[in-house]
Design a binder for this molecule. Structure first.
Ligand SMILES: CN(C)C(=N)NCCC[C@H](N)C(=O)O
Length: 288
């Protein structure tokens, strides 16, 4: 089993994560709180009340967990392709796998990474939604003092299952869209690379960026439901489950609710995934 794929997935994920976190915080707030009039209003209010640090709330756990989550995604993807096609990463340029096999491998990686991601993502979302300025964290106003306090409080107040709230929506968000993510990336690389050669850095950047956009546009409806389910439980239970959350969000806010945060998801997706794929390809070539 090639270990390099796991390590390259980890490092490339960390690069992308830091770049995209401010976009992610604004998106999560817009999806779960109805107090903002739009993206600009949310950015201004966050900056005024919490300074620039407000945009980076909840980042420490994703940084700590990106090793696990991204290495599972890229490692499982690549090793599933190895099992399906008996070709390594390098051999796949000369013997390209079919798009069906790429899709199956991407879905498998997406499914497994969703389970690893679930508790870390929930803690991130809860912390991103704390709008108290940093100096006040620890004061009675702010519910959680940091990621560890947040994890311990959820375990105590909501039980172990509380840490996996929203995980069905997360699995439904990530399984098909990650299949699509890798199909788009490979398709664009093949389109702009002479046969048998490695894609250029520019091609990797563009293909990675568009793979991110395509997958995040389709992931947004379940992303909204996932974030709402993750916030449910904080002040009692509002939804009876994922379907109830979908139905009542739709009844109260109309079809537009499923597209909340789509602009930010797409704007964030290009730089994050361009950087992720560039560092992934670069590291794998460096180690060969
Ligand atoms: C649509 N989905 C869920 C994805 N494309 N997921 C892959 C994650 C890649 C990168 N860490 C990111 O956060 O964009």
């Amino acid at each position: 089993m090639p270990v390099e794929e796991f390590v390259a997935g980890w490092i490339s994920g960390a690069v992308g994560l830091v770049l995209g976190h401010p976009f992610d915080t604004i998106k999560v707030r817009l999806q779960t709180q109805n107090t903002y009039q739009g993206i600009v209003d949310c950015i201004l209010k966050t900056y005024r009340h919490e300074s620039v640090l407000g945009f980076f709330k909840g980042m420490s756990f994703p940084i700590a967990s990106v090793a696990l989550v991204n290495s599972v995604l890229f490692g499982v993807y690549s090793n599933t392709l190895l099992a399906l096609t008996a070709t390594s990463h390098q051999e796949r340029r000369a013997q390209p796998p079919s798009y069906t096999n790429i899709f199956i491998a991407g879905c498998t990686g997406g499914l497994l990474q969703a389970y690893c991601l679930a508790p870390f993502d929930l803690i991130k979302v809860r912390l991103q939604n704390q709008t108290e300025p940093r100096v006040q964290i620890g004061s009675p106003g702010a519910r959680y003092r940091g990621p560890v306090h947040c994890a311990v409080s959820i375990l105590r107040e909501e039980g172990p299952r509380g840490l996996f709230r929203g995980s069905w929506a997360l699995v439904l968000r990530d399984t098909p869209t990650l299949g699509m993510y890798f199909v788009t990336y490979e398709g664009l690389c093949r389109q702009y690379t002479p046969e048998g050669q490695n894609p250029s850095s520019a091609t990797v950047l563009v293909a990675g960026g568009f793979a991110g956009i395509a997958s995040w546009i389709t992931a947004t409806p379940f992303d909204v439901i996932k974030s709402r389910m993750q916030m449910d439980g904080l002040k009692g239970r509002k939804y009876r489950g994922m379907l109830d959350c979908m139905a009542s969000s739709f009844q109260q806010e109309g079809i537009g609710v499923f597209f909340k945060g789509m602009t930010l998801n797409s704007a964030r997706a290009f730089p994050v995934n361009a950087a992720t794929f560039l560092s992934y390809e670069y590291l794998l070539r460096l180690w060969r």
